[in-house]
Design a protein around this ligand. Sequence first.
Ligand SMILES: N[C@@H](CCC(=O)N[C@@H](CS)C(=O)NCC(=O)O)C(=O)O
Length: 200
Amino acid sequence: MILRSSKPSPFGRKVKIGAVLCGVHLDIEWADTTNPADSVRQQNPLGKIPVLLPEGGAPIYDSPVILEYLDGQAGGGVILPAPGAARIAALVGQALADGLMDAALLQVYEARFRAEELRSPAWIDNQAGKVARALKVLEASPPAPAATASGTDVAEIATACALGYLDLRFHGSWRADHPALVDWLDAFAARVPAFEATRA
Ligand SMILES: N[C@@H](CCC(=O)N[C@@H](CS)C(=O)NCC(=O)O)C(=O)O
């Protein structure tokens, strides 16, 4: 199976970690989402990564769908709890961390792709507010180790990747005000070696 991704993509990192935990081998093909000639735009009309290309099957996106597919390939219950309250909680936790990543990524794109005189401080503040509120919720209640075969789940994986992305692009400035989350990330990294192994 081929994964189209990029080295620093936090959403791609979710998939790489999920694949390790599910025992699925992925061949990574780097994608350039800014290049109109890159076939990623045929594989995902949205032009976003990650995209999974299963042998003989249609492309699969986006990261929550890919993680569900990988969990199914492994027989189920490896990174997603069984249907019920625990699964919904894991999916909500994943949505929170994914939304944090979206808001962080949009701030990075604003600086990268928009000329300085066209940038909107109010819009950037709005994105920063999403990140700050998500971090506050996570600090008060970091995700708990899950009742899955791997001992972790999509909420924990996504949260770790979101914090890793803040470390990569925002110089770890979240750390000073979120000590419980720093401890949680250290413990996650110790429990799930694929986290460090997928650092950009
Ligand atoms: N909801 C998507 C988000 C994916 C996403 O935003 N990926 C970024 C890279 S980390 C991307 O492809 N950006 C290029 C673009 O938005 O055109 C997922 O979970 O896979």
